[in-house]
Design a protein around this ligand. Structure first.
Ligand code: MRU
Length: 330
């Protein structure tokens, strides 16, 4: 299957579908299911991942749980889905959009229509982010990025990676540097896959090689996505993002976040209140099922870190660019 810019997940012919991201880049497997439990476990296992995509998938899953018309099943699904991934605030926004329709007496059809609209809004947000980002960054040649923030991570074309692609379409980039993103390798597997398909010049680096390339003057700017942004601009994103931001600060390289306004949590004043997901240590001790060290060795695996807002040169949203000190408009 060829992945177009907005087809990592969606609803087609009465069925929810998604590309199983754990199998990429080797296999492009499309899963079809209307079962909220299957979709919940897909979110937990990172078959569906990336904050905006999680929000869209959760919205569809909750709407579909109401197909039988059972309020009990709907409420069980709501609780189940809320427990899948704690950091991505879009999860809760997606679920709450559907829950509001339910609470106001909407039926299955209304919930599904809301999920589709939620997805549509995400597609449009991505478009705006990449346009604003390209206005800011066109002409720069050598970005570095971390994790995957492209078409797999969202309902639309991407956030940070969407900006990179649009910048390239206006003024070709020389070289995109993609951090591999230990431990689950979203950079090495998914970002590389997308950059390769889109024909952009890129190289993969170990996360720990970022300082090496910055110190040699080979990076012009860094751009990453976000899982949750506090009202003061502190930003939770994939583990390793904080290190990139600190390095950028040391080497006087601008560091940007690209994210939809739906990733801002206006109820949280600062990053210290963002819940950080810790995943199983087994994701460090093994890689794609192959044991790389003893399973007995204790491994600790935070999935995200929080970058303080003063290290962020700008947050590119669907409402335009915000800069420090951050004060967002919805
Ligand atoms: O654990 P993941 O792969 O879901 O983490 C994803 C990220 O950290 C992304 O950068 C973030 O969700 C933004 S995606 C547009």
């Amino acid at each position: 299957m060829i992945i177009s810019d907005s087809k990592a997940l969606g609803y087609e012919g009465d069925t929810f579908f998604f590309i199983d991201q754990t199998k990429l880049p080797f296999e492009e497997v499309t899963v079809r299911s209307n079962d909220y439990e299957r979709i919940s476990s897909a979110i937990e296992r990172l078959e569906i991942r990336g904050a905006p995509a999680i929000g869209c998938a959760a919205a569809y899953a909750l709407a579909l749980s109401y197909q039988s018309g059972s309020e009990e099943v709907f409420l069980t699904a709501y609780d189940r889905l809320r427990r899948t991934r704690p950091t991505a605030v879009n999860l809760f926004h997606g679920l709450d959009a559907i829950y509001t329709v339910f609470r106001n007496g909407g039926g299955f059809g209304d919930c599904l229509a809301e999920a589709r609209e939620y997805h549509q809004k995400d597609i449009l947000s991505c478009r705006s982010i990449s346009i604003y980002g390209a206005e800011l960054l066109a002409g720069k040649k050598r970005p570095v990025t971390i994790c995957n923030t492209g078409a797999f991570a969202v309902g639309g074309e991407g956030t940070a990676l969407g900006v990179i692609k649009r910048v390239h379409s206006i003024n070709p980039l020389e070289l995109v540097t993609a951090c591999e993103t230990r431990p689950l390798l979203q950079g090495a597997r998914l970002t590389a896959f997308e950059l390769d398909k889109a024909g952009l010049p890129f190289r993969l680096i170990a996360d720990s090689a970022a300082a090496f390339f910055m110190s040699r003057g080979e990076i012009d700017f860094a751009i990453a996505g976000a899982d949750r942004i506090a009202a003061n601009g502190d930003t939770a994103n994939k583990i390793g993002t904080l290190m990139l931001a600190q390095l950028c600060n040391i080497y006087s390289i601008p560091f940007y976040i690209a994210a939809p306004v739906s990733t801002i949590d206006f109820t949280i004043g600062s990053g210290s209140e963002i819940p950080v997901e810790f995943r199983s240590g087994s994701e460090l001790n093994s890689v794609r099922g192959v044991q790389i060290t003893s399973e007995k060795y204790p491994a600790v695996n935070p999935a995200f870190d929080v970058t303080p807002s003063h290290l962020i040169s700008g947050i590119i949203t669907d409402n335009g660019l915000f800069t420090h000190p951050y004060s967002f408009t919805k």
